[in-house]
Design a binder for this molecule. Structure first.
Ligand SMILES: C[S@@+](CC[C@H](N)C(=O)[O-])C[C@H]1O[C@@H](n2cnc3c(N)ncnc32)[C@H](O)[C@@H]1O
Length: 300
């Protein structure tokens, strides 16, 4: 009888979420937690991003040591995947306290594909042991920190510089496009100085208008006048590929490469462009995402 009590709460939660799904009333964030923000999906993205670093991950192409994630979001799926694929310490920070424990649990509810997707980086027994360790915390933030996965929010990358800790990986996924342009140089400078010698930086930036990325990914390039910080948060900061290249090269001492920068031609550009984008070539305007990678000097 007593052992039935702890199980009844997850069961009730599970049933309620099924009922909402069947009625078509599922919360969009819950849907994201099961779909494109699931632990499976985010493990795939992580594996793909790490694959661009290849042997530059130390030692010998393996993710090991300390990872810093900038911009946790609501789901914490990348922080979990970073831990599961081999990093023993994962510090995940966010400017705003966005994490929702129910979404974290939903994202990690039934991993199926992650063990295959992360297999280049972690052997099966280690994968299972690490995932179990996370599961035993029931994704309680305090207990997660005991495993090595620490969530800190509100927090800024620049504030971490005062501490001694440096990281073998500095990582972000769909975060930099939300940073207001005036703050980009400071964030890139701080985050690159947080790399340990030989550490790898990997940032995936989504360059599409987040309002309707499927049908109208470049709508925000039309004349608008002022583009507010709120608009950067909701739809993206509109910074184009060539300008990102300048930001990375000019504000850090690292040598950046951009191994993924797809040009999207299936959607229209606005008939008139905002003055900020006039004179840019069409491929620059149409670049829809950017993966930026750099390696800090030294390997000690
Ligand atoms: C679109 S969400 C992506 C979250 C997560 N990476 C994911 O893919 O689910 C962007 C996140 O970045 C955070 N963020 C924005 N600017 C930041 C900054 N300067 N430092 C740290 N986090 C930031 C936001 O609060 C938000 O949680």
């Amino acid at each position: 009888m007593s052992s039935a009590i702890p199980d009844s709460v997850p069961l009730r939660r599970h049933l309620a979420s099924w009922v909402n799904r069947v009625r078509g009333r599922e919360d969009p964030n819950q849907r994201a937690a099961r779909q494109h923000r699931s632990f499976d999906a985010m493990s795939g993205i992580l594996a793909w991003m790490l694959s661009h670093a290849g042997e530059r991950l130390q030692p010998a192409g393996r993710p090991r040591g300390r990872a810093l994630e900038i911009g946790t979001g609501q789901f914490m799926a990348h922080a979990a995947a970073l831990y599961v694929c081999g990093y023993d310490r994962v510090l995940t920070i966010d400017r705003y306290r966005q994490v929702v424990p129910a979404l974290v649990r939903a994202s990690l509810e039934t991993p199926v594909l992650a063990r295959r997707l992360l297999s280049p980086y972690v052997d099966h027994d280690d994968y299972v042991a690490r995932l179990r360790r996370l599961e035993t915390t029931q994704y309680d933030l305090g207990r997660l920190a005991e495993t090595g996965v620490e969530y800190r929010a509100p927090a800024e990358a620049s504030a971490l510089l005062a501490q001694d800790e440096r990281f073998d990986l500095v990582f972000s996924y769909t975060v930099l496009e939300h940073v207001p342009p005036a703050e980009i140089p400071g964030l890139l400078d701080s985050s690159s100085r947080l790399l340990a010698p030989g550490g790898v930086a990997l940032h995936l930036i989504d360059l599409e208008d987040h309002r309707d990325p499927r049908a109208d990914p470049f709508a925000f390039l039309s004349p608008t006048g002022m583009w507010s910080d709120e608009a950067c948060g909701e739809r993206g900061n509109r910074v184009r590929r060539s300008r990102w290249g300048q930001y990375f090269q000019e504000t850090t001492s690292l040598n950046w490469t951009f191994p993924y920068a797809p040009v999207r031609r299936d959607a229209p550009l606005p008939p008139r462009l905002d003055a900020a984008f006039q004179g840019l070539d069409e491929a620059d305007l149409r670049t829809s995402a950017l993966l930026a990678m750099a390696v800090a000097p030294g390997t000690d």
